[in-house]
Design a protein around this ligand. Structure first.
Ligand SMILES: [Zn+2]
Length: 300
């Protein structure tokens, strides 16, 4: 799964690199990949992440101009990031092969994580280079993560209910015998409610920060991005992610000032720190989530 993760990561990396370049240049996100210098559409055999770069020795096949080294760094970096994510959070390969409802949910979750990591990387790169977090990225991301929360919980609670109905003793965990199953389903939806509520609360805290610092520290892009992170990480993992972002931001700021790269009061974009904090929360949060989910399994 780690090797699969690395390969998927490099593919996502080349996608992330292309999207962030197009966002920065304000060109259309859709359409086939082309050389940034000569604008020639690339052939399919030039689209293998990392491998194509190395085979072409970092130069365009058509105009021989140098492909920015950032392309290689982003592809390899995303490869490592996704490999690590898979190593720590992905279900074992055998579990995905034996297809059932559980693997459907795990697969869905894995897909969503890949989507989240891609958004984190895009915001990291674009905010670092331009100081902006684009609505074009955050709006669809907020919508999709909200939708995912609802759909995955609907599937989870439906499967759980069906499992209870179909097992021999399961009906004794349902009304009128007991409220065990319904209580658990209720808890699942309560967790969704908490995620939405905490996401909005976190976004409001960032609005407050804008008002307090008069727009010098955070921007409205950060507010929308935090709304996405709040939904994507879910409660209480989203609190962990935001806390880590502030922690990392403080450490890096101190270093930048100490080494004279920045002076006190000068701002640095916060999006990259939010991305890093969220990534760390994504890596280490799921263990908590998994033990939480396994507590839902009926104990008979
Ligand atoms: Zn070219």
């Amino acid at each position: 799964m780690v090797i699969v993760g690395f390969i998927i990561g490099t593919v996502l990396g080349s996608f992330v690199e292309a999207v962030s370049n197009r966002l920065i240049k304000q060109t259309s996100i859709l359409g086939r990949s082309y050389c940034e210098k000569c604008r020639k559409t690339l052939a399919w055999y030039d689209l293998f992440p990392v491998v194509s770069y190395l085979l072409l020795k970092g130069r365009c096949r058509y105009c021989q101009k140098k492909i920015p080294r950032q392309a290689l760094i982003v592809e390899a970096g995303m490869g490592l990031a996704v490999a690590l994510l898979f190593a720590l959070t992905a279900p074992r390969f055998e579990m995905l092969v034996n297809f059932n409802q559980q693997t459907l949910l795990l697969g869905l979750e894995l897909f969503f994580k890949l989507f989240v990591v891609s958004i984190l990387a895009i915001v990291f790169l674009v905010d670092l280079r331009t100081g902006y977090i684009f609505d074009k990225v955050t709006y669809p991301a907020v919508a999709l993560s909200g939708l995912f929360l609802i759909i995955s919980t609907a599937a989870k609670s439906w499967f759980f209910y069906q499992d209870s109905l179909s097992s021999s003793l399961g009906k004794y965990f349902l009304p009128p015998y007991s409220n065990y199953v319904t209580d658990i389903i209720q808890r699942m939806w309560l967790a969704v409610g908490w995620s939405f509520l905490s996401a909005v609360a976190l976004a409001l805290i960032f609005v407050l920060l804008i008002l307090i610092t008069r727009g010098k520290g955070m921007g409205w892009g950060d507010v929308k991005y935090v709304l996405f992170l709040g939904l994507a990480l879910g409660f209480p993992n989203n609190l962990v992610g935001i806390f880590l972002a502030f922690f990392l931001g403080a450490i890096v700021s101190v270093f930048l000032i100490a080494f004279g790269k920045k002076h006190f009061g000068q701002t640095i974009p916060f999006g990259p720190f939010l991305s890093l904090g969220a990534y760390l929360a994504l890596l280490f949060g799921p263990q908590v989530l998994n033990s939480y989910l396994s507590s839902f399994k009926l104990g008979y």
